[in-house]
Design a protein around this ligand. Structure first.
Ligand code: 5AD
Ligand code: SF4
Length: 484
């Protein structure tokens, strides 16, 4: 276990081990020397910033990056003028890329003032050849570029950079490797994401993820359960199981296991009070899973079930493998078996060839399902995906107009749904002091909605009953109920 490693006792006279994770422990020890010397030279500790763009997968990868950097000896900061800055990038839509280039433009000046500063780029954007070319041509001040498959190698890559004295680019096209047992730092002491699988095999025609995250690989159930047992011993009460499509978990393992079987084992781990998961592809959601959720109160009453479009014609072009009717039938089944479940979704507007009639189908699904929340996106062309070459169809103005109509409707429905829980007393996991009002705490309901209420910070990390006094659309103002 990495917790038991004394990095200062690793002999750097020997060549690095070939086996992982021992190889990385060796490079962590080597980087520690560099950081120690630099900080003695500067007369202060060295700081690091890990900035995350994108989804929960990236958030978790960033916790791993921070875990490695802290073992190397860097101190975490939120400031952009850190000694080591890493941007963990996203490329799911063009806007995510633009943001990263914007940050790079600004940080360039920081590096001029602090020449020993190290700038690293990693994550999904770096898996695209045209991005790496741009970095080489226009952003020569970047020190390290690596991808989604070799996050675990940060210490080794940093050593190479220090030895080479110039930009290191280390991108793997794909991998079947899963390196266990490296350090990770949790953003919250009481809740944690846990990867159960990596990659995606679905190739939805608009989506870049399968190209930048590679083929589906599931972790062994024993490794997952061991990680969660250790998290529980460390005070974690809520787990979020992470995968691009958790419903196909375990299909390619030597001894196949279903996601529902894994969930059943996770909820039995002592100390774990809540289990969430992300994301569910409708085509793979089994009856077995619905039954397991229905039978286990510890599994949160929230299902994120991306529909993407309500038009069967568009769904086929998207390569989603379900129809409008199939999706609606699935939702009916889920709501019948788990009446208090909250269903949320992702919707894309303006997919190539989408007509007003197709959009009307999307609006109809929104009406029928009555989602508690929906993430709505305007279609963004991703180079390398099949849809990138297809005609747009609607004009940008028409797409904007559809987007606004959709947004308004999903917000209104969400608000009406939220109102229904007003006055109820429900268990809440207290997460933090409210960002808007320092005298309030913010907690999360099983259905994923937030509640703000008066209370002292010592309650953070506990699950407590809170009365939902007033719904504010997508959050509540509540009041803690004294327990006997
Ligand atoms: N354009 C717009 N939205 C996209 N998504 C994925 N790819 C694209 C794209 N090219 C959305 C999908 C997915 C969510 C994570 O991002 O709705 O579920
Ligand atoms: Fe992208 Fe589809 Fe895979 Fe989700 S399931 S990551 S939308 S390809």
């Amino acid at each position: 276990m990495h917790q038991d490693i004394n990095f200062d006792q690793i002999s750097l006279q020997l060549p690095p081990p070939v086996k992982e994770p021992e190889r990385q422990y060796y490079f962590i020890a080597k980087c520690r020397q560099y950081v120690k010397e630099k900080s003695e030279e500067l007369g202060r500790p060295l700081t690091c910033l890990v900035q995350t763009f994108g989804c929960q997968m990236n958030v978790r990868d960033s916790e791993k990056l921070l875990g490695i950097l802290e073992q190397i000896g860097y101190i975490k900061t939120e400031s952009q003028d850190a000694d080591f800055v890493v941007y963990n990038t996203c490329t799911v839509r063009e806007h995510a890329n633009t943001k990263v280039y914007g940050h790079l433009g600004l940080i360039k000046h920081q590096k001029k003032r602090n020449p020993h500063m190290m700038i690293a780029l990693c994550g999904c954007m770096m898996q695209e050849a045209h991005v790496v070319e741009t970095i080489q041509k226009k952003y020569g001040f970047v020190d390290i570029v690596f991808g989604t498959h070799n996050v675990f190698k940060l210490a080794e890559i940093l050593c190479s950079r220090i030895e080479a004295g110039s930009m290191i680019i280390d991108i793997w096209k794909d991998t079947d490797m899963i390196v266990e047992d490296l350090p990770a730092v949790r953003e919250f002491p009481f809740k944690s994401g846990v990867n159960i699988m990596f990659g995606c095999n679905n190739f939805c025609s608009y989506c870049i993820v399968p190209y930048v995250r590679g083929r589906e690989r599931s972790r062994n159930p024993e490794d997952i359960l061991e990680e969660i047992r250790n998290l529980a011993k460390d005070g974690v009460v809520e787990i979020m199981l992470l995968g691009q499509n958790v419903n196909s978990y375990g299909k390619n393992l030597k001894q196949p296991v279903t996601f529902a079987q894994l969930l059943k084992q996770v909820v039995q781990i002592p100390g774990i009070e809540r289990v969430r998961f992300m994301t569910s592809h409708p085509k793979d959601l089994s009856d077995e899973l619905i039954d397991v959720i229905a039978a286990n109160e510890k599994i949160c009453r929230h299902l994120h079930l991306p529909v993407q479009s309500g038009s069967s014609r568009i769904l086929e072009k998207m390569n989603r493998h379900y129809t409008k009717e199939g999706y609606l039938e699935l939702v009916r089944k889920i709501k019948t078996k788990i009446p208090d479940i909250s269903i949320t979704t992702d919707i894309i507007v303006g997919f190539p060839g989408e007509t007003e009639e197709d959009f009307a189908d999307t609006m109809d699904v929104v009406e029928q399902v009555q989602y508690d929340a929906a993430f709505t996106f305007i279609y963004s062309r991703r180079t390398g995906t099949p849809a990138a070459g297809w005609e747009t169809g609607a004009t940008p103005e028409e797409i904007q107009d559809r987007y606004q109509r959709l947004l308004k409707r999903v917000q209104d429905i969400g608000a009406v749904n939220a109102k229904k829980l007003e006055g109820k007393i429900l268990p809440v996991l207290v997460e933090e002091i409210s960002g808007q009002d320092g005298s309030l705490l913010t907690g999360r309901l099983s259905n994923n909605l937030l509640v703000h209420f008066k209370g002292c910070p010592e309650l953070i990390g506990q699950i407590l009953p809170v009365r939902l006094n007033e719904s504010k659309g997508f959050y509540y103002i509540g009041e803690m109920i004294e327990q006997e």
